[in-house]
Design a protein around this ligand. Structure first.
Ligand SMILES: Nc1ncnc2c1ncn2[C@@H]1O[C@H](COP(=O)(O)OP(=O)(O)O)[C@@H](O)[C@H]1O
Ligand SMILES: [Mg+2]
Length: 256
């Protein structure tokens, strides 16, 4: 299913309206987001790009419900997540969102499969079922043979694939990744980029903050954030011409 066809038919999964966020530290304030409007549709592979310090991580955190906002609204599946209590927003996030960070954030004393099953156990899935699902997801990211290794026994790329498996295991509506290749050498980064592209191919909605041109190039929509605002929003220019005005993707590179 192409994202643009979905765009014609459906409400966005995530709908941000006039979202603003100010950080105050002592007598210093930073307007990190200044009235952001953004819609994210099912099946999209979106890259959020822009120079450091311009609000990309803040945008990801505010749209996914990790962080609070000062004004505006963020609707996820039509639900105004910042109108929820902290507890309810956290529960909603756990159920609907998956996260991947630059620094992997794996628990060092747990094996790969134990890291991956953790969100399921936290959601009260029975241990046997959690182990089964975690094992299946590790197979999907090509790490079945590393299931019992701890993070310290894995390469950076393998650790990031464990983190991606952990993000996937709850079948999230959106996977949010903040500079996921930032700690990886270029060939390892390429394999992680391939993995995100595969997930997208199988219908996963993926939103990635990145400086990595090889990652940005693979996305089908690039949102540039400058000074707390969306400065541009469009398909990758090399792919943009493959979409006709009806919103149906055409062109050799796109899957049907
Ligand atoms: N927790 C925080 N406290 C104070 N200022 C912050 C905090 N997080 C981010 N900022 C500031 O908000 C702005 C946007 O930051 P960020 O969203 O991290 O940018 P990016 O991800 O594009 O590098 C920057 O000026 C940054 O210093
Ligand atoms: Mg950042």
């Amino acid at each position: 299913m192409s994202s643009s066809a979905t765009r014609e038919q459906n409400e966005p999964i995530v709908k941000a309206r006039n979202v603003s966020k100010t950080y105050s530290t002592g007598d210093h304030t930073v307007d990190a987001l200044r009235g952001v409007n953004l819609d994210i549709y099912a099946g999209e592979f979106m890259a959020i790009v822009g120079p450091s310090g311009n609000g990309k991580s803040t945008l990801l955190n505010c749209l996914s419900g990790i962080d609070t906002i000062d004004s505006g609204n963020v609707y996820v599946d039509g639900l105004d997540i910042h109108a929820l209590s902290d507890r309810k927003r956290t529960a909603h996030r756990a159920k609907r969102m998956g996260f991947v960070f630059q620094s992997f954030n794996l628990i060092p004393v747990l094996s790969a499969v134990e890291n991956v099953e953790l969100p399921l156990l936290a959601a009260a899935v029975k241990p046997g079922e959690a182990r089964k699902r975690a094992t299946e997801i590790l197979e999907k990211v090509d790490l079945a043979d590393r299931a019992n290794h701890r993070p310290g026994e894995l390469s950076g790329g393998q650790q990031q694939r464990v983190a991606i498996a952990r993000a996937l295991v709850s079948d999230p509506a959106v996977i949010w990744a903040d500079e996921p290749t930032g700690n990886l050498d270029s060939s390892t980064a390429a394999s992680v980029v391939d993995l995100f592209a595969d997930l997208h191919k199988f219908g996963q909605t993926v939103v990635i903050v990145t400086h990595d041109p090889s990652l940005g190039d693979r996305a089908d929509r690039i949102v540039e954030v400058l000074d707390g605002r969306v400065a541009s929003d469009g398909s990758d220019s090399s792919k943009g011409e493959q979409r006709d005005p009806s919103g149906v993707q055409t062109g050799a590179e796109t899957e049907s």
